[in-house]
Design a protein. Structure first.
Length: 327
């Protein structure tokens, strides 16, 4: 006779003492835990059990877009791709796309690190960032196969879990860490739309301690996206604005980032926008000296923006130190 197939044993979950098991688990890890940690574990386990009884959550097809133009940026491609694959949107179908000029160089033309490659001509700074929407819209039909599309700067590192919180009903925007200001540093514009002194600005109303307060929001250009058609609509309008500026020989102060903020500003009342926190464009330095001071708190880094050695200078470093000394 052949071997009998073993049947899986059925666990009576009601017989498990969650508090006891959570305590033993934490103590075995030499954790000097608090009661709140036990409560959080129990809440998580109950949530898992509740989810198991529900229909499975939908899985979305998500595209992540990158621009890799000019040789100094090539070094950043593999690490950020690896981070996306390791940490971003577990349970979803994520595809990485890159618009690059590497095919123009024999030593790099076959490098793609598993991404979908769209060959792009080399252009000088700031056009690799300013013209990103032009590049993407050349492949508009390809992009429409995704439920969501996102752009991420190449010189970023994904270091923590990025999950369903970025999948909103419309657009998704991350704050520039330099302007994720604590309340005393917010510009005191009148936020009541019924006031004659009202000034419309990007942000949202949130409730804290039973009081509604306005939180201004300056979006970083380095991480953005959303529902595919809504982001394609945004890219088309931004592209038109950039072309209008160029026709007059003008480039906005912060290139494409300025236009992204203008789009959010102009459409904030009609589009659903998911506002993230500074975890998603987290600086790689000066956290204690500068950023915690303007944030009024700390954040858990999920996506780190890197300081590029070829974009810094001694003069800039000296100016930064002088500013920090007077904060």
């Amino acid at each position: 006779m052949g071997k009998q197939k073993k049947t899986a044993s059925v666990v009576d979950i009601n017989s498990i003492n969650w508090v006891r098991e959570a305590h033993n688990f934490l103590r075995a890890r030499n954790s000097d835990y608090k009661v709140d940690d036990i409560n959080l574990l129990n809440e998580y386990l109950q949530n898992v059990l509740n989810q198991a009884a529900q229909p499975p959550k939908p899985s979305f097809k998500v595209g992540f877009m990158f621009v890799c133009i000019n040789q100094p940026y090539w070094q950043y491609m593999k690490p950020v791709f690896d981070g996306v694959r390791a940490y971003v949107l577990a349970g979803h179908d994520v595809e990485i796309m890159v618009w690059t000029d590497m095919q123009n160089y024999p030593e790099a033309k076959d490098v793609n690190y598993g991404a979908k490659v769209f060959p792009t001509e080399s252009v000088p700074w700031p056009y690799p960032t300013l013209m990103r929407y032009h590049f993407f819209l050349q492949e508009e039909e390809y992009l429409k196969k995704f439920d969501y599309i996102f752009y991420l700067d190449l010189d970023m590192r994904v270091v923590g879990i990025v999950g369903d919180e970025i999948l909103g009903q419309g657009l998704t925007a991350a704050p520039h860490p330099m302007y994720a200001l604590r309340q005393p540093l917010w510009y005191p514009f009148e936020a009541n739309i019924q006031s004659a002194a009202y000034i419309k600005q990007p942000g949202r109303i949130e409730e804290e301690n039973g009081q509604k307060i306005f939180k201004p929001f300056y979006a970083a250009g380095g991480f953005q996206g959303g529902r595919t058609q809504m982001f394609i609509d945004a890219m088309n309008e931004i592209k038109k604005g950039i072309d209008d500026d160029l026709s007059r020989g003008y480039i906005a102060r912060w290139n494409d980032e300025s236009h992204w903020n203008a789009y959010l500003f102009n459409h904030q009342d009609e589009l659903p926008i998911t506002y993230l926190d500074a975890s998603y464009v987290f600086p790689d330095s000066l956290i204690e000296e500068y950023y915690k001071k303007i944030w009024g708190r700390d954040f858990t880094p999920r996506i780190i923006t890197l300081t590029k050695p070829f974009s810094t200078s001694k003069q800039g470093g000296a100016e930064a130190k002088a500013k920090l000394a007077n904060m």
